[in-house]
Design a protein around this ligand. Structure first.
Ligand code: AHR
Length: 661
């Protein structure tokens, strides 16, 4: 794609361009610029579609602490994903017990009773009794990389017991092994290191007692040493990296419906997710699987800090998801409310989060953060209260209690309220009425709808009141992962930039989905254990968040404003001085002509970076056919005024420097 310095002749054919040529269009002045939110584009993370356990959280062992159960999924039990292993004509027993657990929050553990160790070797003299874990559909291991094994063990018989830990292929080939001895009568953490000789995508882990005796085992864990930023208990490096590459300004977590939960006992209570992993409260995931809470609040905050994103934790507003008990989805009436006599304690829990995140290491909650290895504060600015809740009197009463307490104790925190699951309707109206009445700084709007809606509603926020409650568009997506969907979202995002004085934040949803384990069809990034598929929607989000600005400048892109298939925006980033023009053509067959007038900017550098995402409207990426659609980058020459032909079904970003390097 070539950008030419404007040729007058070329544009005489359209009215708009005639205006431009005849200088009737106002050159951009300061009047056309306004400050917009510096936090506009970020990420929404929810543990849906195996996004955390089995996904971003790098733990390779599934059901590591034997807490799976039938209330999470029919057929599950504490030994799901484990099988009894006995090698070399050895024999013994394996049972699940709860008498003296590692911690009361982690009640189940396994007792291995090794009655006899035989001598018929499977692997070079190896025999014993133990158990085998198959991970999340097998474990991906890489030759030469190191893997950290750990487990809690306690000797239940007289003599110490020798242990082997092994990685094996599906056909039983030995890929790595290490050994240690259990000799403590108290629970003790044992560690080992495995370095596979070969790469393998579906390995199993075997934990084997190779001498006779009885021991208790819990919290069996295997992590790659190489996690994102090499954090212990860390994140899968490749997945975390594609998120970091987006340069998101914030991350909302932990959901979604997961945040307010399936009934009162299923709410995501942040205090339960910090501290040593073996002591965290695990629970049923509202999306039909298990949450270890291994990826808990500390890890979320750490990840935000690691990638320069502001944390946006969302806490329940004292009520559970209205779809509790399977009344999914819009309009559910299963909402349950924390009894009023327990609300003071709940409000305190919300306040504690601020102290945990921002308080000095000498404070009660700050000390817990420091103990986890982070004495410095996390600089929490935002807290979300509620997730698209049904706006009932019970909700309103509890929300206001939390809001008032937070506002009076921590006026520095920006509170994000909630206005239901849809772009309009009863909950939306009632939610906004509360926001206006008590002056909530920001409210969270959600909508999942078809691409045409995004094209026809580009003016939604133009008429929102300024200097009042702002909007966090916390969940949105058009129905699909084809290029057409992504380009419709891109058009809408130019309108979010134009309204960046009222739309403070926006995040696409959901973010991650593991192939074969999804509960939500349209997602931003698909993955399996070995690879990642970046959808066209991902690329659109990345192009906007990595090319964001803090000033919106109007009248830079001259185009036919009656054509809703053609959208554009221009922002400037005060940190770099760069001017960023985005042009979106949603028409699948016609090229659209526009003019870019940069005359209001000083020091325009002629070498600009251009990135174009373009293709067939129905094209999409998949794990099998990677990168059918991906952005193409080039260097182009620009002048103060230039024309551009936006290709059919495309997003173009032009990044122009105003400072000499
Ligand atoms: O993003 C998936 C779900 O959609 C979220 O959990 C919920 O908030 C919304 O209904």
């Amino acid at each position: 794609m070539i950008i030419n310095v404007i040729s007058r002749k070329l544009f005489l054919s359209t009215a708009i361009i005639c205006c431009f040529v005849s200088n009737n269009i106002k050159a951009q002045t300061a009047k056309n610029s306004k400050k917009i939110s510096p936090d506009l584009f970020g990420l929404f993370f929810e543990d849906i579609n195996y996004a955390a356990d089995g996904g971003l959280y790098a733990e390779l062992v599934q059901n590591r602490s034997f807490e799976y159960g039938p209330t999470e999924r029919s057929g599950w039990n504490p030994l799901s994903y484990w099988e009894y292993a006995c090698l070399g004509f050895s024999y013994g027993q394996l049972s699940v017990e709860t008498n003296e657990p590692v911690h009361r929050n982690n009640p189940h553990y396994v007792v291995l009773n090794v009655e006899h160790v035989g001598h018929e070797a499977k692997y070079a003299g190896l025999s014993g009794v133990g158990m085998k874990n198959s991970g999340y559909d097998g474990m991906v291991i890489k030759a030469g990389e190191k893997y950290s094994f750990s487990m809690f063990a306690k000797l239940l018989s007289g003599k110490s017991i020798k242990m082997k830990v092994i990685l094996e292929s599906k056909s039983g080939a030995l890929l790595a092994s290490d050994s240690f001895t259990v000799d403590s009568k108290e629970w003790q953490k044992q560690t080992a290191s495995l370095q596979p000789s070969a790469s393998y995508d579906t390995a199993n882990l075997i934990v084997l007692a190779t001498t006779e005796g009885k021991l208790a085992v819990d919290e069996v864990s295997l992590f790659p040493e190489h996690t994102f930023k090499n954090r212990p208990n860390g994140l899968r490096a490749d997945l975390a990296q594609v998120l970091a590459d987006m340069k998101p300004k914030f991350i909302r977590f932990p959901g979604g419906c997961l945040a307010h939960g399936d009934g009162l006992n299923n709410m995501y209570r942040w205090e339960n997710t910090i501290g040593p992993v073996e002591q965290r409260v695990q629970q049923r995931n509202i999306w039909g699987y298990h949450q270890t809470a291994g990826l808990g609040y500390f890890e979320y905050f750490q990840f935000c800090e690691d990638i320069g994103a502001k944390p946006l934790p969302v806490l329940p507003a004292g009520v559970s998801c209205q779809n509790t008990g399977g009344t999914w989805r819009i309009g559910g009436t299963g909402q349950k409310a924390i009894p009023m006599e327990e609300m003071q304690a709940y409000v305190q829990e919300v306040l504690n989060l601020v102290e945990w995140a921002n308080g000095p290491a000498t404070s009660v909650w700050g000390a817990k953060r420091a103990a986890a290895g982070h004495p410095e504060p996390f600089h929490l600015e935002y807290i979300g209260i509620g997730n698209e809740d049904k706006i009932t009197p019970e909700f309103a009463e509890r929300f206001k209690m939390i809001f008032d307490a937070l506002k009076s104790k921590h006026p520095e925190i920006i509170i994000v309220g909630t206005v239901g699951p849809s772009p309009d309707g009863e909950d939306f109206d009632k939610g906004w009425a509360i926001a206006n009445e008590i002056k909530i700084p920001v409210v969270d709007e959600h909508y999942y709808t078809d691409p045409k809606w995004f094209i026809t509603h580009q003016h939604r926020y133009d008429s929102y009141k300024r200097n009042a409650t702002q909007v966090y568009l916390g969940e949105y997506a058009s129905w699909g992962n084809k290029l057409r969907n992504a380009i419709a979202e891109a058009a809408y995002m130019t309108a979010l930039e134009r309204n960046g004085d009222v739309v403070r934040m926006a995040s696409y949803a959901p973010m991650l989905a593991k192939k074969g384990f999804t509960q939500w069809g349209t997602d931003m990034i698909f993955f399996d254990n070995a690879s990642i598929c970046l959808t066209p929607n991902y690329y659109v989000q990345k192009l906007f968040s990595a090319n964001a600005g803090d000033t919106y400048v109007g009248n830079v892109v001259v185009k036919d404003d009656r054509d809703s298939a053609l959208a554009a925006s221009c922002v400037q980033d005060s940190k770099t001085g760069d001017v960023i023009v985005k042009v979106v053509n949603y028409d699948s067959s016609k090229t659209k002509k526009i003019v870019v007038d940069l005359s209001a900017f000083k020091n325009i550098q002629s070498n600009a970076q251009q990135i174009v995402l373009v293709g067939n409207a129905n094209a999409e990426n998949s794990l099998e056919k990677q990168e059918a659609i991906s952005p193409v980058e080039s260097t182009v020459t620009v002048g103060k005024k230039f024309n551009y032909d936006a290709p059919p079904m495309s997003l173009t970003v032009v990044r122009i420097k105003t400072r000499k390097l």
